[in-house]
Structure formats: structure tokens, C-alpha cells
Design a protein around this ligand. Structure first.
Ligand code: KIV
Ligand code: NA
Length: 274
């Protein structure tokens, strides 16, 4: 059992802020866990940031299982959460159950689904079967075609009611937390006050119980990031520069240097590093 459990996440509400970041592979997950991030999340955003798709609709169960397995191997402390991809849980509760189980068997400690009220039966059954569930409302990217693109949610009474209804249905069905994506800050505050389970915001202001960001956005791996993201590093330029130096050193015959090949290697050092 990892140190951070869904129960611990629930107990953080009102006491300490919850931290969550996406990770899609072993080395990233190692670093996130070492940084003591509470929830290490294999998001279906991988379709976009890892596979170069325009949206998340093409992400498959196979991809989610594959990446969850790699992340789970790295994480000792944090809670490993995996996203249920588009159409892996919408058709029937049964199918949703089986697909959630695949993610758990790949090493996830919990699964996340988009929506709330519409999936209350599934959430309840998953929780009863021993699979902790996180909900997700506000901007739900798997429904971006219906939403008419990626946009702020909660500007109309109807949308506010829908978000509240989702949050309350998730709480009632036994979900342990809710992601609020790109929701007006005042609406996120209202939801956070109305439910006893923690809310984790992205682009939804400060009045929530925790924050989540996408790995590539937070680290500045791409030039363009959503406007609500803070870039904590500019890895893109660091990686670009390293690759350019490597290229020119090979072209110019500077690499490999004497210290990099066997005949001139310090054999003792080599043994130590091996
Ligand atoms: O897939 C993802 O990265 C997400 C977060 C934006 C919450 O669902
Ligand atoms: Na997602």
C-alpha cells in the first residue's frame, strides 16, 4: 500500500492543499514521487501531449493501461490515479467496471471519470467493488465537441446548476474527490463549500482544495500552454539546447572524447558507475 490513500486525500480538505500532477512514464513518475506530489495522475491528456493528437477522443484503454503500468512501477508514496478514456465507461456500467479493473490491475490506486450525475450508478458500483473514484466536472474535454471547444464553464445559471448537481451526485455515490476544470473561481468556491469531498482545480482559481497541472505545461516543454498554467521551468529550451550541442559536437568530432571510450576510460571509475 502506498502512503497516500484516497482516505488521506479526503482528510486533507480544510487542512492542507492537495497537489496533483500528470505523469505518463517511469522517469517522470519517479521525479514527481520524489517531490512528494500527493496524486500522480496518468491523464488521458497523454493523447495530446505525448501522442500529438488534437484532442483526447482517440485515447484507448490499451494506451492507458500501458502508461499506467510504467508510472505505477515508479511510485512508492503518492496515490496513482488513472483516467478512464473516452467511451470506456459511457456505454454500460458493466463495461465501465471491467475497464476500471484493468487500470487497477495495471497498478492504479484509483480511477477518474469525466462527468458526475450521469455516471452516479457506475461510481457507486465501482466504490462498492473497492475501486476508488475521482469525478471531473466543469470543462470535460471528452465532451468538447458538445461544449463547442475548450472554454470557461459556469457563466450561466444552467451550467452552475449542472456543476453543482455533478458534484453532489459524485459525493453521494462515494467518489473521494472531484476535479473542477476551467470553472469560474466563484463557482469553484461555491462547489468547494457545498461538498464534503475535496475539489481539485485546474484553471479554476484559488478557492479549491487542491491543484492539478499537466506535466508538459508545468515544465514548459511546449511553447504554447493554456493561459491558466504557470510554467515552473522552461525545459523546452534546455532540451533544445542540449540536443543542438550534442549534434554539433558529433559533427565536429568533439564527442566522444577520450573519457568516453574504453581504451582511455578510467577503469576504476567505470566499475563504480556501472
Ligand atoms: O487528462 C488530464 O490531464 C486531466 C487533467 C487536466 C485534470 O484530466
Ligand atoms: Na483527462
Amino acid at each position: 500500500m502506498r502512503e497516500i490513500t484516497p482516505k488521506k486525500i479526503m482528510e486533507m480538505k480544510g487542512k492542507e492543499k492537495i497537489t496533483m500532477v500528470t505523469a505518463y512514464d517511469y522517469p517522470s513518475a519517479l521525479l514527481a514521487d520524489k517531490a512528494k506530489i500527493d496524486i500522480i495522475f496518468v491523464g488521458d491528456s497523454l493523447g495530446m501531449v505525448v501522442y500529438g493528437e488534437q484532442n483526447t477522443l482517440n485515447v484507448t484503454m490499451e494506451q492507458m493501461v500501458y502508461h499506467t503500468r510504467a508510472v505505477a512501477k515508479a511510485v512508492k508514496r503518492g496515490l496513482v490515479l488513472a483516467d478512464m478514456p473516452f467511451m470506456s465507461y459511457e456505454v454500460t456500467v458493466e463495461e465501465g467496471m471491467r475497464n476500471a479493473a484493468r487500470l487497477i490491475q495495471a497498478g492504479a490506486n484509483a480511477v477518474k471519470i469525466e462527468g458526475g450525475y450521469d455516471h452516479r450508478k457506475l461510481v457507486k458500483k465501482l466504490v462498492r467493488a473497492g475501486i476508488p473514484v475521482m469525478g471531473h466536472t466543469g470543462l470535460t474535454p471528452q465532451r468538447y465537441l458538445r461544449l463547442g471547444g475548450y472554454r470557461i464553464v459556469g457563466e450561466t445559471e444552467e451550467e452552475i446548476e449542472e456543476i453543482l448537481r455533478d458534484a453532489k451526485a459524485l459525493e453521494k455515490a462515494g467518489a473521494f474527490a472531484i476535479v473542477l476544470e476551467f470553472v469560474l473561481a466563484d463557482v469553484a468556491k461555491l462547489v468547494t463549500e457545498e461538498v464534503k469531498i475535496p475539489t481539485i482545480g485546474i484553471g479554476s482559481g484559488p478557492h479549491v482544495d487542491g491543484q492539478v497541472l499537466v506535466w508538459h505545461d508545468l515544465l514548459g516543454i511546449y511553447e504554447h500552454v493554456p493561459p491558466f498554467v504557470k510554467k515552473y521551468a522552461n525545459l523546452r529550451s534546455i532540451i533544445q539546447q542540449a540536443l543542438e550541442v550534442y549534434r554539433s559536437e558529433v559533427k565536429e568530432g568533439k564527442f566522444p572524447g577520450r573519457e568516453h571510450y574504453w581504451e582511455f576510460l578510467d577503469k576504476e571509475e567505470f566499475e563504480k558507475k556501472r
